[in-house]
Design a protein around this ligand. Structure first.
Ligand code: F6P
Length: 366
């Protein structure tokens, strides 16, 4: 029997929740305990477990029992928990930013933690990279419904989001057809159009607008009117939250303290407004919003999350820190975290999926 050096590790998740997160946490805990006989701690609400008292909790096989089908994360999360720029209210009620990074480093020492599994998207992994540079032994696991990290073929959460959007488009279709309306559906994805593109195709959209292909409203009008004249007096327009008209800029909803530029959102209503009286059909807007991050993960996301969780613990066993697990050609591999946060995975406007969509008559507004 192979004997492994005893280790104490922590699991931390940061940023938005994502279906499949619990599968990763479960796999980390089970692999660490069952394969290596290690001890695992969980940091509640992102890095808070390493900043505030009472929020670093012991993780056992019991803690992770029954969580595989659950959406969200049993550890809780926040996108306002950056230890390098932690927002707090002062006595006048104003937001001030504290640097708690040293506190995190001290807590890791105090708790004798040998390593940390950090599950996050580019924001959380960028924080992870800064800690790596300060000497913390971190292994990353990519997490985002947006599928926007170039270093990995896909991420858990994306497939569940696709399923939710596709099923929503099926539902919207019936009402669009009954009322003879143009339905504009805004979906998430930040600067990457993957959710809009793939769910749009799977859900039978007539028009798909993505950040990678700026659109002209006249092209949308042409498509909608051509369908109406041909006896299809309704259209489904899927708009990615980061889409822009040619020469226009992205639309943000209210600013968040964690993000000085705010969060993307609102382009759906603008597209509907642009169509306005230019089409001879009524228009309605549906913003799917956080529905896309909720619900039980698909089998694919549970499986990928599990594979990532196991691989992350294996990387720790091999002392391969500063690396993130990734999927390449369906196989689990790893890349440096620095490499992973450097480049976004965007839709290739000349790529096969876009060409397939065009071949079946989907309009991209260009
Ligand atoms: O990155 C995941 C994501 O859901 C994006 O698609 C979206 O723009 C953003 O997070 C929304 O963030 P929040 O939950 O802070 O509104």
């Amino acid at each position: 029997m192979q004997v492994h050096q005893h280790k104490r590790i922590a699991v931390v998740n940061g940023g938005g929740d994502c279906p499949g997160l619990n599968a990763v946490i479960r796999a980390v805990v089970k692999t660490a305990i069952l394969r290596y006989g290690w001890e695992v701690w969980g940091s509640e609400d992102s890095f808070d477990g390493l900043i505030k008292p009472g929020k670093l909790i012991p993780m056992t096989l019991e803690t992770v029992r029954g969580i595989l089908p659950r959406g969200g994360t049993i550890l809780g999360t926040t996108n306002r928990g950056n230890p390098f720029r932690y927002p707090e209210r002062n006595e006048r009620g104003e937001i001030v930013f504290q640097d708690y990074s040293e506190r995190v480093i001290q807590k890791v020492k105090e708790m004798n933690l040998d390593a940390m599994v950090l599950i996050g998207g580019d924001g959380t992994l960028t924080i992870g990279q800064r800690f790596c540079e300060r000497g913390l032994p971190i292994v990353g696991v990519p997490k985002t419904i947006d599928q926007d990290l170039l270093a990995t073929e896909t991420t858990f959460g994306f497939d569940t989001a696709l399923k939710t959007v596709t099923e929503s488009l099926d539902m919207i279709h019936t009402t669009a057809e009954s009322h003879e309306r143009v339905m504009v559906i805004e979906v998430m994805g930040r600067n990457a159009g993957w959710i809009a593109l793939e769910a749009g195709i799977a859900g039978g959209a007539d028009i798909i607008l993505i950040p990678e292909i700026p659109f002209r409203v006249e092209k949308l009008v042409e498509k909608i009117e051509a369908r109406r004249v041909a006896g299809r007096p309704f259209s489904i327009v899927v708009v990615s939250e980061g889409a822009t008209p040619v020469g226009g800029s992205q639309i943000y909803r209210e600013k968040g303290i964690e993000d000085p530029f705010g969060k993307l959102g609102g382009i759906g209503a603008i597209v509907a407004g642009m169509l306005g009286s230019r089409v001879q059909l009524e228009t309605r807007v549906v913003v799917l919003g956080h529905l896309q991050r909720g619900g039980s993960p698909t089998a694919f996301d549970r499986l990928l999350g599990t594979r990532f969780g196991v691989a992350a613990v294996d990387l720790i066993a091999k002392n391969q820190f500063g690396r993130m697990v990734a999927l390449d050609d369906q196989k689990i591999t790893s890349v440096t975290i620095a490499e992973a946060i450097a480049r976004q995975r965007l839709v290739n406007p000349q790529g096969e999926i876009v060409q397939a969509a065009r071949a079946i008559g989907i309009c991209f507004g260009d």
